[in-house]
Design a protein around this ligand. Structure first.
Ligand SMILES: Nc1nc2c(ncn2[C@@H]2O[C@H](COP(=O)(O)OP(=O)(O)OP(=O)(O)O)[C@@H](O)[C@H]2O)c(=O)[nH]1
Length: 378
């Protein structure tokens, strides 16, 4: 670390700041001052980066920090899907006409020539450089366990030798921190989201829909007369007679059923649908759909798919599913409670079925005295 060569007034650091060096020449003092300023900006960026608990916010913070620290013309973050098969997200950052950095998140344009180096970098697992119209382009891979989970592109006037250490450093911090966030949000056995992340994911989904659809203010919650039709849905899925599977075949096969079911969920639902392992043999799905008929058809298709699937050793497995609409100002616990009531109804009416809270309720089938479902609410 360089020594500070300035006065305490000039540099409002803590009282631990190193003493002045009387022999320092003005240019040396100036350079130390610059170094110290750069270091504190850098630490600031790292601190704000690791402050986030949400991967989306972390992505934004990463590209903004790098752009601001390097005065880049453009910074791009590309992220790969979990299976590494394709690129799932692109976050770009560039200054607007006033020089203020603006973020932009978009779908991948595979033919965009300005992103070709990103692909090559992720493929070759090593940094790439090129010069385009006098401007330097540097792309570094974001590596995790020897795999490229993404890449960072910096278009700037800085030669790659100058910008590389910083860009590499940010890529490494990002890789370490996303691994930590990922672990804390996901179930170890299935790789699906865990229960802890439900509230945040639900808020994110509701927020995204609000932004995308620019909805007018809600005038009621789902299920209430006059309420707007819900656009986000929550389904709870529970494996039928799972205790019997464990008792008959043992926990290892029980776990395998859970794992294979999660794989079936991944294969059947859309990438934009959010999948959770909520508890032992309980799963939650959050998704957007136009109406109850669509939701019912999607879940019914999954129920059938599982009923027809042959699980190794265990053979046939069935699932019961309950679902409910989620209003814009809903609490996760209330939406869960409604879906759980529909699931309970499914369990009481032969299992291997799909039921929606709204239609059960409209048909008066959820009596006052109905026992609460099995789920522990927040
Ligand atoms: N193998 C395995 N079993 C689990 C896990 N978590 C919970 N279980 C078991 O799952 C079983 C759930 O049993 P119940 O809640 O009685 O439900 P069920 O037998 O599925 O019956 P219904 O839900 O009424 O159809 C219990 O025996 C739990 O011990 C897990 O991670 N792995």
């Amino acid at each position: 670390m360089a020594e500070y060569e300035t006065s305490e007034e000039d540099l409002p650091l803590s009282s631990d700041a190193p003493a002045l060096d009387d022999d320092a020449s003005p240019p040396a003092a100036e350079s130390a001052m610059t170094n110290s300023f750069v270091h504190s900006r850098l630490l600031d960026s790292v601190a704000s980066l690791t402050h986030h608990r949400d991967i989306g916010a972390l992505d934004h913070s990463l590209v903004l920090s790098l752009a601001e620290l390097t005065s880049a013309a453009r910074v791009v973050l590309a992220k790969r899907t979990i299976d590494g098969a394709s690129v799932e997200a692109i976050v770009r950052c560039a200054p607007d006409a006033q020089g203020v950095y603006q973020l932009q998140e978009d779908d991948l344009d595979e033919v965009d020539p300005t992103l070709q180096l990103l692909y090559r970098c992720m493929h070759r697992l090593e940094a790439q450089t090129e010069t385009v119209q006098g401007r330097h382009r540097l792309v570094v891979p974001i590596l995790c366990d020897g795999r490229a989970i993404g890449a960072l592109q910096l278009d700037s006037d800085l030669p790659p030798a100058t910008s590389r250490p910083l860009t590499d450093g940010f890529a490494r911090i990002y890789a370490n921190y996303t691994a930590l966030l990922h672990e804390s949000e996901h179930d170890k056995l299935t790789g699906l989201y865990n229960r802890r992340s439900l509230e945040r994911q639900l808020q994110r989904l509701l927020h995204e829909r609000t932004l995308r659809m620019a909805l007018p203010p809600a005038n009621g919650s789902p299920g209430e007369p006059g309420g707007e039709p819900p656009q986000v849905w929550l389904a709870i899925l529970d494996i039928d007679h799972f205790k019997r599977i464990n008792d008959t075949y043992g926990h290892i096969y029980g776990d395998e059923v859970i794992l294979l079911l999660a794989q079936q969920m991944r294969a059947c639902f859309r990438r934009s649908d959010v999948l959770f392992r909520f508890g032992g043999e309980e799963f939650v799905i959050l998704f957007g759909a136009a109406g109850e008929a669509v939701v019912h058809a999607v879940l019914e298709r999954f129920r059938q798919r599982i009923a027809e699937h042959v699980f190794p050793q265990v053979g046939s497995v069935t699932v019961s599913i309950g679902y409910a609409g989620v209003g814009r100002h809903d609490y996760p616990s209330s939406a869960l409670d409604r879906a759980d009531k529909a699931l309970y109804y499914a369990k009481q009416h032969g299992r291997n079925g799909v039921y929606g809270y709204e239609s059960l309720s409209a048909r008066g089938l959820l009596g006052q005295g109905m026992a609460p479902g099995s789920i522990d609410l927040f």
